[in-house]
Write a protein that binds this ligand. Structure first.
Ligand code: SF4
Length: 142
């Protein structure tokens, strides 16, 4: 006599929703200077983690990490370059920029137009957002 037991297996899916409290204390844009691709990095510094986006390789993460560990949070971005050999000019703030103004500052910089020739260190935007911080050219463009 053959007794066949049919066993039905039910797949149970347990969905766990985990709420993570994320406290962003820094949100900084910077350009990776490790290689010529000059990736635009966005860095979010939470309590325990550093989230880097925009990097095309792991060296970009290491670069952003080193910038934070060194306490350097200079704002870097690109403005529009007219009559130059490239379409955008990399610029940098003369001092670390307040995190809560970063997004606003980047929007302004990206819409700012400057015409070549431009000297390295030339002031592109003076007293950005009334911070007393200037934005200067990172390159000389003839
Ligand atoms: S993230 Fe990588 S690919 Fe991009 S600029 Fe940095 S080193 Fe170069």
């Amino acid at each position: 006599m053959i007794i066949t037991y049919y066993t039905h297996f039910f797949e149970l899916t347990i969905c766990a929703i985990i709420f993570l409290e994320v406290n962003i204390v820094n949100d900084v844009a910077m350009i990776c200077k490790i290689c010529n691709l000059s990736c635009d990095l966005k860095v979010e510094k939470n309590i325990n983690t550093l989230v880097v986006t925009g990097n095309k390789c792991g060296r970009g993460y290491d670069y952003a990490k080193s910038q934070f560990e060194n306490g350097e949070t200079l704002l870097t971005a690109r403005c529009i370059l007219l009559n130059g050999s490239m379409g955008r000019l990399p610029v940098i703030s003369t001092k670390p920029f307040p995190a809560y103004l970063i997004d606003q500052a980047i929007s302004i910089i990206r819409e700012t137009q400057v015409s070549a020739p431009v000297e390295k260190g030339a002031i592109i935007i003076e007293n950005l957002l009334h911070t007393g911080i200037n934005i200067i050219s990172q390159r000389r463009v003839v």
